[in-house]
Design a protein around this ligand. Structure first.
Ligand SMILES: Nc1ncnc2c1ncn2[C@@H]1O[C@H](COP(=O)(O)OP(=O)(O)O)[C@@H](O)[C@H]1O
Ligand SMILES: [Mg+2]
Length: 818
């Protein structure tokens, strides 16, 4: 129990797995917490005189699966193991041998191949924030300083496995001076400037926290452990959670993921999550993709040579951390051996980016040959049996195993030798656990035995003897296994050190190969889906010919999807109001525009005949009803919060998608808010952003007459008697009615209900005769003459927090509702 307490004291915040015999046991509160997560029985054992201690346990040979569950649930796990062989009379020494946390694990068992696994430290001071994102499994350490209001979306993008931030981590630990010291002491980086962090003190402060945490949790960190880079948040587009969800980014990644390696898959995911903002970088990527799209033979060749590279990045790190198994080291060797073929294949590429990447790919022939000489082709899964290292690699090991083999041979031949020596033909050599090897002679023959025979045991049928020679051989055989295992462990450790030395260059290679793989994936997907190269420029126009929604298109039979055009221009057609009945294809049209822009800015080809894209600084989406129940917000509240966020953050170069704003409330409220939002987007001097606005309030179409940069478009439907047919074609002009009842009929509502609805509609229209659209639109506003408008004009959206904006909207709404 002393050992238990000591271990617990060192890591009070982790769940302690304590090795007892063949089990890892978990006690007390840890047990209560862990048992349900691991799905094992919670039991108890006597403690002291009266009490019982809750406990649970897992078999030691299956511990990884259980630990994985704990890590997934976000817990830190501390392994306390026996650190000496069990012996009879004393307590075995135990100590903490491993600390695993969700953000610092390196084993494949706990990681997803195609996803990053970041340990992130983040904090803010004043208007700025600093981030240090570290991926131990790939040896990547990223620094970033950014405006505080962008911290959240950046964290969402990184999706940390573990986040270290105030108040859980005291703020003084983030002190930049302290961080700088850590950078120097631990990573040997004397000046932040050498990793581009001279203007990012807050990020440097965050690095200090990350490094402290790694040290504290037994991760090896030394100069060269990490590739440290500072990135600018301005280079890429921050995507908020709503947009990631609305544009189904994960599905989009899946659609274009044709990577051959996990490194490439992670890179592709990272690119899609961080679209670029400058035309030059995008063009460079597009050119590299373009070259590959038209070269199917090269595509095939690259895929063939990339596949065997495997997860070079994580293999290298695991080996350098000393956690690689012999099998993984063999895997690393195969990876290394695969690199020259990649280099050769890349020589056939001429795009600038590809050529540059090729320059970063280096082989490590010496390391590869060391590993090849050292390790057998197919090592056993554990070290206990020995047999991991090749004969001829290590003299010490060979000596032990030769001696062992010699002794075994000697013992194997002993029966024959002794029969000859004694002339006793029934003499036998055997082995048991108590006495070890022995020579057995029947009672009849014991009279004339050689002098070196020492009697050990008498049985009914005979006597058992040992000889000094036999004991000596036996000692060699029995100790050999342990000594072999120990020596092999040392050798593996040395191999790990050899990997550590080569690690920085290998990581750079892995990174470059990952990028090539991601580029190749973009090309393969583009060719497969028939996408085209977009044209990007620093202007603000958006022109799409024959655009398609990549995901909806795939869900339909070939050729069924109706392609549509789109023109947006802040100076002319700034806002498109898209009307049409439910199910016409409004949402699809909106999303496809945003997806095309995003894909293009990631350097991908796009699902369109032609796309000319003035780059967006951000893409905002407010789509559909999505209840954020966990946060206790109603649909309408969510809708308004997101709307406020957009109005506060969009700029003239943003692309904004509004799908059915105001739907979550009554019609009057809805129309009023929708109209106010459109007017604001049109008139606010800081905005003027390209906007797509879908609505089933056909009343809004009247706005086009008043606001010069608003255009009406509608999704065409064909009226067929009482029913409608959706053409999914977007054409100029507004819809004049909502076809709600038609749609209800298509959906199969009982005909009685449809007929009644028609009656009610007629009744309502008689009471409130259809007015010309503009008058009708004025209706809600007339109730509170101009005061709403005035108030709106007085608002400075830039100075409002989302919450204030929301309050304002509520106030406005209150004015509109009589
Ligand atoms: N351009 C299109 N071509 C073919 N089918 C389409 C197209 N756009 C939409 N659809 C089909 O219509 C359905 C409804 O589209 P959606 O965009 O959700 O309509 P709305 O937002 O107008 O209610 C989609 O699920 C899809 O099956
Ligand atoms: Mg819709």
């Amino acid at each position: 129990m002393r050992q238990y307490r000591d271990a617990k004291e060192k890591h009070p915040d982790g769940i302690l797995l304590f090795r007892l015999g063949d089990f890892y046991e978990i006690f007390f509160d840890d047990a209560k917490l862990a048992a349900p997560i691991m799905g094992v029985q919670l039991t108890s054992r006597p403690l002291g005189k009266t009490g019982r201690a809750p406990m649970c346990g897992v078999p030691h040979h299956a511990w990884q699966a259980y630990v994985g569950k704990l890590l997934h649930a976000g817990h830190k796990v501390v392994i306390c193991d026996q650190i000496e062989a069990a012996s009879k009379n004393k307590i075995v020494r135990r100590d903490v041998t491993r600390v695993l946390t969700p953000g610092t694990v390196v084993e494949d068992a706990y990681l997803e191949p195609s996803r990053h696994n970041y340990l992130v430290a983040a904090w803010s001071r004043g208007l700025e924030a600093g981030i240090a994102a570290c991926e131990v499994s790939t040896g990547e350490l990223l620094l970033c300083q950014l405006p505080k209001d962008r911290l959240q979306s950046e964290l969402e993008r990184l999706a940390p496995a573990e986040l270290l931030s105030p108040p859980e981590i005291e703020e003084y630990r983030f002190d930049p001076v302290r961080g700088q010291q850590r950078l120097k002491d631990i990573l040997g980086i004397a000046y932040p400037a050498s990793v581009g962090a001279q203007d990012a003190p807050l990020a440097v402060g965050a690095v200090g926290v990350v490094l402290d945490y790694l040290k504290q949790n037994q991760t090896k960190v030394a100069p060269g452990s990490f590739t440290v880079r500072t990135y600018s948040p301005d280079a890429t587009m921050p995507l908020d959670a709503a947009t990631v969800r609305n544009l189904e980014l994960p599905s989009l990644v899946q659609l274009i993921d044709r990577t051959s390696t996990p490194v490439g898959a992670r890179q592709l995911g990272a690119w899609l999550g961080a679209p670029l903002r400058d035309a030059e970088s995008i063009e460079l990527r597009l050119a590299a993709v373009d070259e590959l799209v038209d070269a199917p033979a090269l595509q095939d060749r690259l895929r063939d040579v990339l596949k065997p590279v495997g997860d070079l990045e994580r293999l290298v790190t695991r080996a350098a951390q000393g956690h690689a198994t012999a099998r993984e080291l063999v895997g690393l060797r195969r990876s290394l051996e695969a690199i020259p073929a990649v280099q050769e294949a890349l020589a056939a590429c001429s795009a600038l980016v590809t050529r540059e990447l090729a320059g970063h790919v280096s082989t490590a022939p010496e390391l590869a040959s060391t590993l090849a000489r050292a390790l057998v082709e197919d090592p056993p899964p554990t070290l206990r049996q020995g047999g991991v290292i090749r004969h001829g690699y290590d003299a010490d090991l060979d000596e032990i195993s030769d001696a062992s083999r010699g002794a075994r041979d000697w013992i194997a031949k002993l029966e024959a030798t002794e029969r000859r020596r004694t002339g006793i033909r029934s003499l036998k050599v055997g082995f048991n656990k108590v006495f070890g090897y022995y020579i057995e002679v029947s009672h009849a023959n014991t009279a004339h035995l050689p002098d070196d025979y020492v009697r050990k045991q008498t049985l009914t049928g005979g006597e058992r003897y040992i000889t000094p020679d036999l004991k000596q051989r036996e000692a060699i055989v029995l100790s050999a296994q342990e000594r072999i295992a120990a020596r092999e462990l040392e050798i593996l450790h040395d191999l790990g050190t050899a990997v550590t030395e080569a690690a920085p260059a290998l990581r750079a290679s892995a990174h470059a190969i990952g990028m090539v793989d991601a580029l190749l994936s973009l090309a393969v997907a583009a060719a497969e889906h028939g996408w085209r190269r977009p044209e990007v420029n620093a202007g603000l126009q958006l022109s799409i010919k024959g655009g398609r929604h990549p995901l909806v298109e795939r869900g339909l039979p070939a050729g069924v999807f109706v392609a549509n055009d789109l023109e947006l221009d802040p100076d002319a057609a700034q806002i498109v109001i898209l009307t049409g009945p439910n199910m016409a294809g409004k949402s699809t049209y909106l999303r496809q525009a945003a997806m095309i822009v995003l894909l293009a800015q990631c350097g991908s080809f796009v699902p369109a005949e032609r796309a000319r894209i003035g780059l967006a600084d951000r893409v905002f989406t407010r789509v559909g009803a999505h209840d954020d129940i966990s946060a206790g917000m109603s649909t309408f509240m969510v809708e308004m919060t997101e709307t406020a966020y957009i109005l506060n953050h969009a700029t003239r170069s943003s692309l904004v998608i509004f799908d059915e704003v105001g739907r979550g409330t009554s019609t009057y409220d809805g129309v009023s808010i929708a109209q106010a939002v459109v007017e604001h987007l049109h008139d606010a001097p800081r905005l003027g952003c390209r906007t797509l606005f879908a609505t089933h309030y056909h009343e809004l179409t009247a706005l086009a007459e008043r606001l010069p940069r608003v255009r009406n478009q509608r999704v065409e439907v064909l009226e067929e008697g009482d029913s409608v047919r959706f053409l999914h074609r977007v054409v100029p002009g507004g819809a004049d009615r909502s076809y709600g009842i038609h749609v209800a009929a298509v959906a199969g509502l009982p005909s009685g209900v449809i007929a009644r609805a028609r009656d009610v509609l007629g009744e309502l229209e008689r009471q409130r005769p259809l007015e010309p659209p503009d008058v009708q639109l004025g209706l809600p506003i007339e109730m509170t003459p101009d005061s709403v408008r005035k108030e709106l004009e007085e608002i400075d959206p830039a100075s409002l927090s989302p919450l204030e904006a929301l309050q304002k909207l509520y106030q406005l709404r209150a004015k509109l509702t009589p």
